[in-house]
Design a protein around this ligand. Structure first.
Ligand SMILES: Nc1ncnc2c1ncn2[C@@H]1O[C@H](COP(=O)(O)OP(=O)(O)OP(=O)(O)O)[C@@H](O)[C@H]1O
Ligand SMILES: [Mg+2]
Length: 252
């Protein structure tokens, strides 16, 4: 049996008095590809932040094995100073490797990782541009480059397809598929799981509590989707036997 790399027990997270996560229990095995779904305000970003160790739980715990990269939801980041694209990516490498050193001499291999990661997302031509001058989708790609540049064991992504065009979405999916094949554990928040349905191992359906966690066909039942979204999400089964949520056809 594959080892667990994330173990979450009775996790409760709050912002002041507001409860964002309540008694969440979740295990993730090495190399799994997990989609986290749920309504706006359902606690998805909070869950990723708790896994990344960015917020302290009120109760319960998160145990993690391996190094983690976190790609934030684009709406939640704000670079006030004009940082160059290559520096946005480099920042992740420096913060991971140079945490305790005062003198930080950047090595060639680190510059290579930055270049490699930007090339993977097709943004190497924009290395010297200010990050704030990029379009939304281009910023999203740079944030993905930043997340993969450190070669993480566990990759956390918050809505990576938000605002990106369809060819870029395909490209990101291919990157994730390749990383997943190489054994990277991936947890991604998505509103529409259809483009990933062939690659994910499990779906976590979250609305403050973990309402369901398992294979897509076990999780995306009318009962579960009604519980979290207030309406059932219709699904169909494709020829290969995969279940597909029909998100664009909710009222059809
Ligand atoms: N910094 C904060 N201060 C106070 N409340 C917060 C903060 N961040 C999130 N919340 C609240 O916690 C709850 C969960 O928020 P979270 O961002 O985790 O939801 P989400 O599932 O990621 O939503 P979305 O789909 O809109 O991104 C929401 O009710 C939100 O209002
Ligand atoms: Mg969110």
């Amino acid at each position: 049996m594959e080892e667990e790399v994330i173990k979450i027990r009775e996790l409760c997270c709050t912002y002041n008095t507001h409860i964002a996560l309540e008694k969440v229990n979740l295990d993730v095995k090495k190399g799994e590809f997990i989609a986290v779904m749920g309504p706006n305000g359902g606690g998805k970003t909070t869950l990723l932040r708790a896994i990344a160790g960015m917020i302290k739980p009120l109760k319960g715990y998160v145990k993690v094995k391996g190094n983690i990269s976190y790609m934030p939801q684009r709406e939640n980041i704000n670079f006030r100073i004009p940082v160059k694209v290559k520096d946005v990516v480099m920042m992740s490498i420096i913060s991971k490797t140079k945490k305790f050193s005062i003198v930080s001499k950047i090595k060639n291999e680190e510059i290579n990782s930055v270049y490699w990661a930007l090339k993977v997302v097709d943004m190497d031509d924009y290395m010297n541009k200010p990050f704030t001058e990029l379009s939304g989708g281009q910023q999203q790609r740079v944030l993905l480059a930043r997340a993969i540049a450190t070669n993480p064991d566990i990759l956390l992504l918050d809505e990576p397809f938000n605002g990106v065009d369809l060819p870029t979405q395909e490209k990101i999916i291919k990157i994730l598929k390749d990383l997943s094949k190489k054994g990277t554990t991936i947890i991604t928040v998505v509103h529409n799981v259809s483009p990933l349905i062939h690659y994910i191992s499990r779906i976590a359906l979250l609305n403050k509590k973990l309402v369901a966690y398992g294979k897509p066909e076990e999780v995306l039942t009318p009962e579960n989707t009604t519980k979290v979204y207030g309406i059932p999400i219709p699904t169909s089964v494709c020829e290969e036997g995969y279940i597909h949520p029909l998100f664009g056809d909710i009222h059809g």
